[in-house]
Design a protein around this ligand. Structure first.
Ligand SMILES: *Cc1c(COP(=O)(O)O)cnc(C)c1O
Length: 367
């Protein structure tokens, strides 16, 4: 079955037909052919994709990506711990919100949505606030498409002996990185972003010694990261509670297709070409990106809405959808923007067709 339109969104995104086809069979969660041959293979592949260092392990968690972020924050921080959150967008803010909700002490560095964190300010806080035990940051802040300087932030955090939590939800699988080199303790992502699977679960790739310290700390039964890992690890791929079997099987197929594409570096190149084609094309039509080029990620790009009175996002959206493209509304608070994603089964030729569709939509909207 073909899709009627291409999702140019940050996920769920357009998947291949073969990924969707992989969902057509039902699985028994007691069988080795599911636990050993699918779940365990996925866990192993994920850890390998994330790092070449030993001592890392992975755990899959039901729910959308936020459930995995909540499981990590709610399990990794003990009663007397404190979280420092870099908040320059909705997803950074969400991590602080999770900590608030779980009664975990936290402090935010909030430079605004179009700024990277001030490293001097970060260091001053790490120096003076002895209660801080963990530092959390988003890699690609999907709110704007900004790439955060995770290497510098993690290095600083480690210099002061902190545990580092990385929300790489929208970047893992699309941007090369080695979380062992970066000294990341917990990295979180989900099935329906750059690995190009369908929604239904998230995953955490963690330093095993840090994960083991989470035992007994969770503030939730179902979002207990340690228990989830322990069950999966000791029972060879068995999930604690009902596993999203079809989604997991589709994800397995998506991982194979990532390998067939040539791995993360090749996928990164494709996303980069998509983004370059998008930005060049949109600028040629008179649109202006929200961020300066050096802060762009290849994942998603925010554009200012045109200032003309005739422009209305809803109409623009519908006119594009009629032509086979779905874009995303903006999420920044201070400016009227919309966003266009480059991830998923999307190729430079699709973006070229999109630019023509945008030109048509602008013309029709003026009439
Ligand atoms: C998509 C995303 C999430 C998780 O969102 P869900 O809607 O819960 O899947 C978290 N952080 C970032 C940076 C994201 O892009």
């Amino acid at each position: 079955m073909k899709n009627e339109y291409l999702l140019l969104t940050p996920g769920p995104l357009s998947t291949t037909e073969s990924v969707r086809e992989a969902m057509l069979k039902d699985w028994c969660t007691w069988d080795d052919e599911y636990n050993k041959d699918i779940v365990e293979v996925i866990r192993h592949k994920l850890t390998k994709l994330a790092t070449n260092h030993d001592g890392y392990t992975s755990v899959l968690m039901q729910g959308s990506g936020t459930a995995s972020v909540e499981a990590t924050i709610g399990s990794a921080l003990g009663k007397h711990d404190k979280l420092l959150v870099v908040d320059n967008g909705a997803y950074g803010a969400r991590m602080a919100q999770i900590a608030d909700c779980l009664n975990i002490a936290n402090l935010r560095i909030a430079p605004g949505e179009v700024q990277q964190p001030d490293l001097q300010q970060l260091e001053d806080i790490l120096k003076t606030d002895q209660a801080i035990s963990h530092v959390a940051i988003v890699h690609c802040e999907t709110t704007t498409g900004m790439l955060n300087p995770i290497e510098k932030v993690a290095t600083l955090a480690k210099q002061y002996g902190k545990v580092v939590i990385l929300d790489a939800m929208s970047s893992f699988g699309g941007i090369p990185m080695d979380i062992g080199d970066l000294q990341i303790d917990f990295m979180i992502s989900s099935a329906n972003k750059c690995i190009q699977g369908v929604p239904g679960f998230g995953f955490v790739i963690a330093k095993q010694t840090e994960l083991e310290k989470c035992q007994g700390q969770a503030r939730s039964l179902s979002l207990d990261l340690y228990d989830q890992w322990h069950c999966m690890h000791t029972n060879h791929g068995k999930w604690r509670f009902t596993s999203p079997t079809h989604t997991v099987r589709a994800f397995y197929q998506a991982l194979i297709e990532l390998e067939q594409e040539g791995g993360i570096s090749r996928r990164h190149q494709r996303y980069n070409r998509n983004q370059q084609t998008l930005v060049d094309g949109m600028i040629s039509l008179g649109f202006e990106p929200l961020l300066p080029t050096e802060l762009h990620s290849p994942i998603i790009t925010s554009f200012y809405a045109p200032q003309q009175d005739e422009f209305e996002f809803k109409t623009f959206y519908e006119l594009l959808k009629q032509q086979g493209f779905v874009i995303y509304p903006g999420k920044v608070s201070h400016a009227d923007c919309f966003r266009i994603g480059n991830i998923g089964d999307v190729h430079p030729s699709d973006i070229e067709r999109l630019i023509v569709a945008v030109q048509n939509a602008m013309y029709w909207e003026q009439k």
